[in-house]
Ligand binder design. Structure first.
Ligand code: MN
Length: 406
């Protein structure tokens, strides 16, 4: 060990440079990590080549105690010397370090004259230990702190998940609004021309009556469209109720009609006429089915691989009840490129996406799965008989009316 390798986990660059200078002069090779996570990463990367770790205790995010505990749990790091290097502010810091898995403690500010030989002592095999009862005490304290921090992280994660879900929803609302705008343009211009005619028309009361009727029809159409968009924007406050899956499917298909038509997509419906309702917020089912349709649309719209001719795009929508009528199965199948077997277990992971950068955050299916599971359902991906992807959900049918307690 002529030129031992030392990893120094330290967030203060001045401290690092001082130690680096001292140890390099004495023949060490010194690596630097700025926080606990980087420390673990570099340690694992070096593994066999690493002879000793110097650990600052006050580190951002994950502190030196936590980093040490984590390192000790990794195979190959059971015995590597880890020295805590920190300002000795609190009584018990030394013991706390030992309980967390360190082998020694070097107080800051370091003693320039002895630092290097101090480190060599531990390389040569010196280990400090704690009496068992003291170790137990500090371990308990250490564990408690770990759990508290885990709780904090979970709370933060939950908050950001809620936020992400909301932004994801707003993104699809934006897409839909663009589609609706297009659909509203036609009835609006009809209304405009009919009204203009009525302003100048004389006589022919029957014709005027017909025009007025057409105006009312067009206004009703616009009202219907805005109501649909509203049901997507508000589902958070919406309460649960009986949702007719067949009707909801038709609503989503109507909302995406324009995009489906533009893509030349044939939609095949296999909707059983006697589906039992499910118990959900209407917006939840809309969300799930809309996601499937959007993915299918994306799958059949892309260029065919290897420039081969693409088959005419087809999306098949199937809905049926299970034999016992306790679940409703909804399937969306397409004849796009499909989901390779190897990726199937991953498509429901957060931030996993096969789309081009910037095309999607990779949260659509993750959130969809969460929604499905919150309804007591299951989600599945496989291969469609059409050759593309097949997404299927099974949602519990609503109990017969009267049996619902929530
Ligand atoms: Mn620090």
């Amino acid at each position: 060990m002529d030129s031992p390798t030392v990893l120094y986990v330290e967030d203060n660059p001045t401290n690092f440079r001082l130690v680096e200078r001292l140890l390099t002069k004495d023949g060490f090779r010194v690596l630097h990590a700025r926080d606990g996570l980087e420390g673990i990463q570099k340690a694992v990367g070096e593994k066999a080549g690493l002879d000793l770790i110097l650990m600052d205790i006050n580190l951002p995010e994950m502190d030196g105690y936590e980093t040490t505990s984590r390192l000790r749990s990794l195979p190959g790091f059971e015995r590597i010397p880890i020295l805590a290097v920190t300002v000795n502010t609190l009584q018990g810091d030394r013991k706390r370090s030992l309980a967390a898995g360190c082998d020694g403690f070097i107080p800051k500010p370091i003693d320039v004259a002895t630092f290097s030989s101090e480190v060599r002592k531990y390389l040569a095999g010196v280990r400090e230990t704690l009496p068992v009862e003291e170790e137990n005490h500090y371990l308990r304290e250490h564990n408690l702190k770990l759990v508290e921090r885990l709780e904090d992280s979970l709370r933060g994660l939950q908050a950001s998940q809620r936020h992400t879900r909301q932004s994801q929803k707003m993104a699809s609302v934006g897409e839909m609004a663009a589609g609706l705008l297009h659909e509203i343009k036609n009835p609006l211009s009809s209304i405009y021309f009919l009204a203009e005619y009525l302003l100048t028309a004389t006589g022919d009361e029957e014709k005027k009556g017909q025009y007025l009727e057409r105006i009312v029809d067009n206004v009703a159409r616009i009202q219907e469209l805005s109501k649909r968009l509203g049901s997507f924007v508000r589902p958070a406050e919406e309460s649960k109720g009986f949702v007719d899956v067949g009707t909801s499917i038709e609503e989503v298909l109507a909302l995406t009609e324009h995009e489906l038509e533009r893509g030349g997509v044939t939609v095949r419906r296999e909707l059983a006429p006697d589906l039992p309702p499910i118990w959900a917020q209407e917006g939840q089912f809309h969300h799930v089915f809309m996601n499937f349709i959007r993915n299918a649309l994306h799958a059949v719209s892309g260029p065919a691989p290897d420039g081969a001719a693409r088959a005419a795009p087809v999306i098949r929508v199937r809905a049926a009840a299970t034999a016992e009528r306790d679940f409703v199965t909804v399937e969306v199948a397409d004849n796009g490129p499909g989901v390779p077997e190897a990726l199937r277990s991953r498509v429901f992971e957060p931030f996993f996406s096969t789309k081009e950068r910037g095309e999607g955050m990779g949260l659509g299916l993750y959130i969809t799965k969460e929604v499905v599971e919150s309804l007591g359902g299951r989600i599945f991906v496989g291969t469609a008989p059409e050759g593309g992807a097949l997404f299927r959900v099974q949602l519990p049918a609503a109990p017969a009316s009267g049996a619902i307690l929530r």
